[in-house]
Ligand binder design. Structure first.
Ligand code: BES
Ligand code: MN
Ligand code: ZN
Length: 518
């Protein structure tokens, strides 16, 4: 799919489908009015016939019947209130426009950018279209299933009615397209890795993904520690989780070195449970079904590295992922075991299903001791409790570093990533007390996301650190498709297993790549 800025006025746009956004009542929109006039009132007539009010994420499709160069028009509703779309909303609207294009078998989609900074709006629209066009269809064998998007070209038209765009604006749009493309492709790569069944996407295969990213970029290296190397480093928690699996664990460490002297050293750590059965604290079948996604954090950070190297970054960036499977077998770790982490902490296991914090604990210690970053961030499908607290769309953010947490949250808001801070309330630490070890790995049910965060905090010590729990958003379908009532009328966010199988084809780990790409 090609994205280009085309210096055309919307009224002169060419192609199969012209998309533009209205904020509420279409009659009040200048472009709607101008196009309506050119079509002899057909737009207003269609709006009234279909009771189109410009409500958020609704569409109105009207054929132009030869009166304009473009074959059809789709009006995208952005709701009333604000005159500007939020980043998240803009991405969803772009995904929606693509979806209409797909339905209409359009090859060329012309998208009129709304008001706002041209770089950002272009970037978000490109991300939205790429995200909306994503399919995980490699295992489908029917013609219908194999079908990819018919849209091959997306023309971005600058905001305003004239085709005369200042050189500066054109350059900003080009930058936006470059960024959107790099990020969109990285997000889709992460989705592919997440959607891939655990039988193929093993710790070894994940290490190969990291090596492939490093091979693409001169600025990136990837090294992989095997079990013996991790034993040498005394990663007792990570290795205990890996013990029950036939698959060998891999500990991935990637480094991006900027061309100029680095401003800061930043570490991105991802949870890499290629499959989480729960271990001897076995998950019920319905909860286990989705657990190939338990490596979403590692997919997010490895894919982010690709985008970072493509776009360049002023910081030295380290990506760390401890990859393994949590399985049941004669060699698996047991309830009541006492593990010694890389930093020497002893941990009594009262639930083998709280494995992510064990692997991350050692990954955090490794990062703190070997990388010595100025800042570190971890991304993990860590707790079901985070879904209970925030719902399926929102990632939980936990940190005791006020400044880093708020800069993280403002980056998330600017890039349209749905995140919300939860308190890292140290009073809950008493839940992790053990009479025979320094800590237990789980507390009570109440505050489950927070106690998991407190467990990680123990290993982060004084290094500035932010923890992002992505248990919810890792399993959401492609943005736009999920929320769009056109395509998914009343579909529950996480349907029962039977219909999930069908939806999984389109499933995407809507991972936090956007938040870490710059
Ligand atoms: N990988 C799961 C968390 C999860 C749940 C991710 C649902 C995505 C969707 C994690 O390893 C886990 O099992 N957590 C336990 C923690 C509990 C034992 C304290 C949980 O959430 O039940
Ligand atoms: Mn688990
Ligand atoms: Zn897990």
């Amino acid at each position: 799919m090609k994205f280009v800025h085309v210096a055309e006025a919307p009224l002169a746009a060419k192609g199969d489908l012209l998309a533009f956004i209205v904020f509420g009542d279409p009659a009040k929109d200048a472009l709607f009015t101008a196009l309506n006039k050119a079509l002899g009132g057909a737009l207003a007539e269609a709006a009234s016939a279909e009771s189109f009010t410009g409500a958020n994420l609704t569409t109105l499709v009207v054929p132009t019947l030869g009166r304009l160069n473009v074959k059809r028009i789709v009006v995208l509703g952005a709701g009333t209130g604000k005159r500007e779309a939020t980043p998240l909303q803009l991405r969803d609207l772009a995904a929606l426009a693509h979806q209409c294009g797909e339905k209409l078998k359009a090859h060329t989609l012309a998208f009129v950018l709304p008001a706002g900074a041209p770089t950002t709006t272009a970037q978000l629209v490109v991300e939205g279209v790429l995200g909306g066009a994503y399919r995980f269809n490699k295992y489908l064998t029917t013609e219908e299933g194999k079908k990819n998007s018919p849209v091959t070209a997306v023309h971005l038209l600058a905001h305003g009615k004239s085709d005369k765009v200042a050189a500066g604006v054109a350059r900003s749009l080009a930058t936006g397209i470059t960024r959107g493309t790099a990020i969109g492709h990285a997000v889709n790569a992460a989705r592919n890795w997440i959607n891939e069944p655990a039988a193929f996407m093993t710790p070894t295969e994940m290490a190969n993904n990291a090596r492939a990213v490093a091979k693409k970029h001169k600025s990136v290296t990837a090294s992989v520690l095997n079990r013996a190397a991790c034993e040498k480093l005394k990663m007792g928690m990570f290795l205990a989780v890996a013990k029950g699996a036939a698959e060998e664990p891999t500990f991935i460490h990637m480094v991006y070195t900027p061309a100029k002297k680095a401003k800061k050293r930043v570490a991105l750590i991802g949870k890499g449970l290629m499959f989480d059965s729960g271990g001897y604290s076995l998950k019920p079948s319905d909860s286990m079904f989705d657990m190939k996604v338990d490596m979403s954090g590692s997919a997010a950070v490895i894919a982010a590295m690709d985008a970072i190297a493509t776009l360049g970054c002023e910081h030295e960036v380290h990506v760390i992922a401890a990859c393994c499977e949590n399985m049941v077998s004669g060699g698996a770790y047991k309830l009541g075991d006492i593990l010694i982490g890389m930093d020497g902490t002893s941990v009594e296991i009262n639930n083998t299903d709280a494995e992510g914090r064990l692997t991350l604990g050692d990954a955090i210690t490794y990062t703190r001791e070997k990388v010595k970053p100025d800042e570190m961030f971890d991304f993990a499908t860590l707790t079901g409790a985070c879904l209970v607290a925030l719902g399926p769309y929102t990632a939980g953010v936990l940190s005791d570093h006020g400044k880093l947490a708020s800069s993280w949250l403002s980056a998330a808001a600017a890039t349209g990533e749905d995140m919300w801070r939860l308190p890292l309330n140290s009073r809950l630490k008493e839940q992790l007390r053990s009479p025979i070890a320094d800590m237990r790995n789980t507390g009570e049910r109440w505050g489950g996301t927070i106690t998991a965060g407190l467990f990680l905090k123990h290993f982060a010590k004084d290094t500035p650190w932010v923890h992002v729990d992505i248990a919810g958003p890792a399993s959401i379908t492609t943005r736009g498709a999920q929320r769009n009532p056109v395509e998914a009328p009343g579909l529950p966010w996480r349907p029962s297993s039977s219909i999930f199988a069908k939806r999984a084809q389109r499933a995407a780990g809507a991972v936090a790549v956007h938040g870490v790409d710059r």
